[in-house]
Design a protein around this ligand. Sequence first.
Ligand code: SAH
Length: 238
Amino acid sequence: MTNILFKATILTLFPEMFPGPLGYSLAKRALDNNIWQLDLINIRDYALGAKGHLIDDKAYGGGSGMVLRADVIGPAIEKAIEQTGSKNIIYMSPRGKTLDQTLVKKLVEKQNIIILCGRFEGIDERVIEEYNIEEISVGDYILSGGEIACMSMIDACVRLLPGVIENTNTLTEESFVSDNIAGLLEYPLYTRPENWKERTVPPVLTSGNHEKIAEWKKEQSKAITKERRPDLWQKYKE
Ligand code: SAH
């Protein structure tokens, strides 16, 4: 089947970490069904030096830690470009634009992306300039490598592909998706049993009145967003 909708080519020092969590559940099924494709490039294959071990070096100007060399990362990126024909190169980086659902949608539309996972202190700045690389962060905290960040980002992308989630309503009602509950956080969820440790389910949910239920969900979403995420609430009101 040649119906691949999304292709991710990952450059990493640890290709054996993949597919990792992407090899389970929805993402795995979609991978098995060729809805998306995962390709790996081992940065170590581009190592330099007599022993073929050289990938990083001390930072010019001092500072702790090692930096991945431009003459190692560069050829790895060029291989990825040649292999994929893609010009969309992303570097997972705490300095990047913070990933959100809007950015996830944009990445899915690109269909064919190359993702560079950093390690140590990061990569030589000239690589970012040379290949016009987009930096993306998964949040304001520091991970020890780009692989887990990359996996989160891909997981978010893959679940938006048609056919990955059977019930498309699940998608539009989801937190952060701007269509249905328009940029609000999700309302509380309940399932059986109806009575648990003397805690009962809100009666409206078992009333069968669909209009009232929709109204309740929206009100709950609004209240939770207002309380927990004033930033999202502000955007919603605009
Ligand atoms: N010296 C850097 C941190 C390097 S962490 C700094 O202070 O900003 C090592 C690698 O982990 C980075 O090259 C990057 O690829 C990845 N990484 C760490 N935190 C990340 C985050 N929040 N989002 C995306 N990638 C991250």
